[in-house]
Design a protein around this ligand. Structure first.
Ligand code: C5P
Length: 315
């Protein structure tokens, strides 16, 4: 658990991970299952406003909008929500990670005081209101949630409120036809079905180019070679909200004093990979977010990162 404490100062190297997690990282690097070809510079040491400006310049929210093949031929321009996601704007936003360490945080009231709240995957509210609040404005889900029967995407009340964003790990080359024919989990048919069933609920598919541009951004600002897999939903959500909001509070991304190897606050499953990363370059995501935290180190200990929205950053 010492490594988690060190995240408060950003003083972490891969060598501090358990041998098991170091091994997983090596396996991910050598298998490169999404065929990542990385050409950019590595190890940018930007900080402060410079780093904010780089993030602002390179974070362009993109969703599947039906203007590209194969989606245009399928008439998706009329299937996707009429209002582009980028046009939502909020003052203050909360991003609530699903980490076990949100348990007993009593952060619910503070989270609810924001104008918009972002949650992830199957993270519930019922029974956890005191720690996670009650409001959901946007939910980011992975393709497994819409594709696997056990999640009951069609009928579960979890996915009924607010705006939904789904993503799926496409190949790095981002050939949309190849992706459409062979997604990791079939998100396309449930998406079409849901759009027809509940056209009034905004529901978007994150564009693979957006996902991979965030990966490039992490790699360009990290000295080590990072896992060649998409960033975690948590990181994608943070950058999304920095684009839509004037200020962003992130809860339990940098682990607080409540740090634990409990994976999620809503299930009894213990694995420190959930917090430190195995498939996702999660440790590197956390180190990057630590570098742009605007508050005091005390806030990190309480589980809160404060970030500026891109609209307030003058470059
Ligand atoms: O596991 P899941 O992806 O649903 O969790 C949402 C996000 O919360 C993750 O993508 C990750 O960024 C963050 N998380 C974390 N530590 C955990 C569990 C989740 O940082 N123990």
């Amino acid at each position: 658990l010492e490594i988690l404490q060190r995240l408060w100062t950003g003083n972490v190297t891969v060598g501090m991970l358990s041998p098991r997690l170091q091994k997983v990282l090596k396996v991910q690097l050598s298998s490169n299952r999404h065929q990542v070809v990385y050409r950019g510079p590595r190890g940018g040491r930007r900080s402060g406003v410079q780093l904010y400006c780089e993030l602002k310049r390179r974070t362009r929210i993109q969703t599947v909008d039906g203007t590209e093949e194969p989606f245009s031929s399928l008439g998706w321009a009329r299937l996707v929500p009429p209002l582009p996601l980028q046009e939502s704007q909020y003052q203050s936003c909360a991003v609530v990670m699903s980490a076990g360490a949100v348990l007993n945080s009593s952060l619910g009231w503070e989270i609810d005081s924001h104008d918009a709240v972002l949650r992830f995957n199957a993270a519930p509210i019922k029974g956890f209101e005191r720690d996670v609040g009650t409001k959901t404005t946007i939910r980011i889900i992975n393709s497994q949630i819409v594709a696997r029967p056990k999640h009951q995407f069609n009928s579960s009340s979890l996915y009924r409120d607010g705006t939904l964003l789904v993503w799926d790990p496409a190949p790095y080359s981002s050939d949309l036809t190849q992706w459409f024919e062979k997604p990791d989990f079939d998100l396309f048919s449930p998406y079409v079905q849901q759009r027809r069933l509940r056209p009034e609920q905004p529901f978007y598919i994150l564009h693979p180019e957006f996902i991979w541009s965030l990966w490039d951004l992490i790699q360009d600002n990290t000295e080590d070679q990072i896992q060649p897999n998409p960033p975690s939903s948590g990181f994608t959500g943070i950058l999304l909200m920095m684009s839509l909001c004037r200020e962003v509070s992130v809860y339990e991304f940098i682990p607080s004093v409540r740090r634990t190897d409990l994976c999620h606050y809503y299930e009894r499953y213990h694995d420190d990979a959930c917090t430190l990363g195995a498939y996702h370059p999660l440790l590197y995501e956390k180190l990057l977010i630590q570098r742009i935290h605007q508050g005091h180190q005390d806030q990190l200990r309480r589980g809160k990162v404060t970030l500026r929205g891109f609209r307030t950053v003058q470059c």
